[in-house]
Unconditional design. Structure first.
Length: 298
């Protein structure tokens, strides 16, 4: 069945209007009766089929008593609902909760991502995530708990049937975030998650050298009804690329990474081996400390 054309902006606008009508305690028919419209006009509006003006959208949002910030957001989206591709500048840093990213992950069927430097957010422990947030030069320390709550919300999507493939560079496993014990705990958690039937963790080995993913991390999302897209983030912006040529370019990167990555069993053995080496190093350091002579009595 062919996928329906629908932009990220259009879906966010439609969901926002539907939520506004619902929160006002009305059905589409009741809103239509209130405004003197045909119910089909309300349906076309929320499904991005046009037939309404910006002024009519403002009337709808006013009738639903939508808060100012949400009203301004939806009014800004309406003129561009048909524009594909969405670059979202965030100012100093990313928002605590990305409304767009969360909605896309919730409706996605598959997620394929590449992470060259660190463990991906969906597979992070609290301690690992806390250390990354604290190390940021832009994320406010006061938002740490809120950001962890959002991370938990995002990780819950792994229980809803989302099929995930994570490509990680071997060096992401070597990066010790936090203390030795925290690092080992994170690697054990990664192994547990890799054992899930809907999660694949594939390691790009360091010996592979230069590779197709050198430009940086990204996530490809596919949907049951809509065309796939690419999601990338920077320190203070997000990009949702929807153009077919852009998506195909990233799909070529995924195929190239798949060719050089270890398979699932090999990847798990590599992660497990790293855990063992760290534990042995811990034990050796404990022995050295135990063998140190007591300092002379002064």
């Amino acid at each position: 069945m062919p996928k329906r054309y629908s932009t990220v902006r259009g879906r966010e606008f439609g969901e926002g209007v539907r939520a506004a009508i619902s929160q006002a305690g009305m059905t589409s028919r009741q809103l239509a009766d209130l405004l003197g419209w045909q119910e089909a006009k309300v349906s076309d509006m929320v499904n991005g089929k046009g037939g309404v003006t910006l002024l009519e959208i403002a009337v709808v949002l006013g009738a639903c008593r939508v808060p100012e910030a949400e009203r301004e957001h939806l009014l800004s989206l309406f003129p561009v609902v048909d524009e594909g591709g969405w670059w979202q500048p965030h100012g100093r840093c990313a928002p605590v909760r990305s409304r767009t990213a969360m909605a896309l992950l919730a409706e996605a069927e598959t997620s394929v991502s590449w992470h060259p430097h660190a463990i991906p957010a969906l597979l992070q422990t609290d301690d690992y995530a806390r250390r990354l947030i604290a190390a940021s030069a832009t994320l406010p320390a006061a938002e740490l708990d809120d950001r962890l709550c959002v991370l938990h919300e995002m990780q819950e999507l792994l229980h809803t049937g989302l099929d995930c493939t994570f490509y990680l560079h071997e060096l992401a496993l070597e990066l010790e975030v936090g203390g030795r014990e925290e690092h080992i705990t994170q690697l054990h958690h990664l192994l547990r998650m890799a054992s899930w039937s809907r999660i694949r963790v594939l390691i790009v080995p360091a010996w592979a050298g230069a590779h197709a993913g050198i430009a940086g991390p990204f996530t490809q999302l596919t949907f049951p009804k809509y065309q796939p897209l690419i999601w990338t983030t920077t320190e203070n912006s997000s990009l949702f690329a929807e153009a077919e040529h852009a998506v195909k370019g990233y799909q070529a990167v995924v195929r190239a990474l798949d060719e050089i990555s270890l398979d699932e069993d090999q990847s798990s053995r590599l992660i497990s081996g790293r855990c063992v080496r760290l534990q042995e190093l811990d034990a050796a350091e404990d022995l050295i400390r135990d063998d140190e002579p007591f300092p002379p009595v002064q």
